[in-house]
Structure formats: structure tokens, C-alpha cells
Design a protein around this ligand. Sequence first.
Ligand SMILES: [Zn+2]
Length: 189
Amino acid sequence: MLNIEQSLDLIETWLDKKGFVLCKSKKKTIQDEVDFERKVVFLSLRSSPINQLYSLLHECGHVIIRGRKDYKIKYKSHYKVSEEALTPTMQSSVEEVEEEINAWREGENLCNKLSIDINTDEYYKYASRWVMGYIVIASLGNEHLLPIVKDALEEEDIQEKKDIKVDICKVLDNAHNPCYYELIPKPEP
Ligand SMILES: [Zn+2]
């Protein structure tokens, strides 16, 4: 049976095959998320190791969902709203919640595929905290973001986060020749 560290390594290898880089960080401005433009998966090391594993599986779920040809059709409104930074509509919000739930489901599928052992009850218990956050935001609006998320969205933090992302890209550019974008092409707009 794989331990948590081995499981995380296995997922990192899976991501690598998909062309994604895993960036783990203790910085408080780094949250678990996927930068699809740069093909970087961010994972916060501030949560417990088991929660890191659960979160990483979920982020891989997003990679799986968005890697499918029908993504832009299935999640049309949500895709348009996020791409064009529009005000969310009822339809886009529902699709966002749907994607969140499905990303947890896909994370569980990946886990089975890679023969990683997790306690699914605990996994979905953890997942439901996050999904409920999206449900609250979808129904009440952004001003109801959990305080921790709000903190991370302070202006200077956003700048710090941008800087971190730029640093990562510099590292990638140096590691790969030719440059990052030539090596890993940007997805079609
Ligand atoms: Zn998510």
C-alpha cells in the first residue's frame, strides 16, 4: 500500500504525462488550483498531508474534465463567464458547482486507476466542505466568500501571487529550451 508521499509522487508523474507541472508551496497566497494557461497545478502545503492528497486528486479532476473535447459544450456558460470575466449567471453558477462536484468524482476515479488507497468517506466529507462553499457563493454572491479566501484576495496578495507565478515560469523557461510556451503550447482560445 502506498503512503501519502508516494501517492502524491504518483499523481505528479501522472500530471507530468499530461503536460502539467506540480507546484507545491507553503506560501499562504498559494491555494489549490490549476492554471490552465500555464499548465501548472498549485498545491498548498499548509494543509495536512492527507488533505493535500485529497485536494490534488480534485485538481486533477479539473484537469481531466477540462481536457475533454466536450468541456466547452457541457460547461458553456461557466466557461464563457470565467474566460471573459463576466458577472456569473444562474446557469453559469450551476455549471460551476457541477464542475466542482464532478472534479471530486473524477479525482476518485483517478485514485482507483492509480491504485491509491483512500478512505472515500473521509474524502467526500472533505470534498463537501469545499463544494458547499461553492454552493453558498453561487447562491449568495462573492461577498460571502469564506474569510480565508477573502484574505487571500487582498490586493497585495494578488500581486505576490502573480510574482510567484512569474517566478515559476522563469524557472520553467530556464529548465526548458526553447521557451515554456513553445514547449507547452497555449490551449486554443
Ligand atoms: Zn475545484
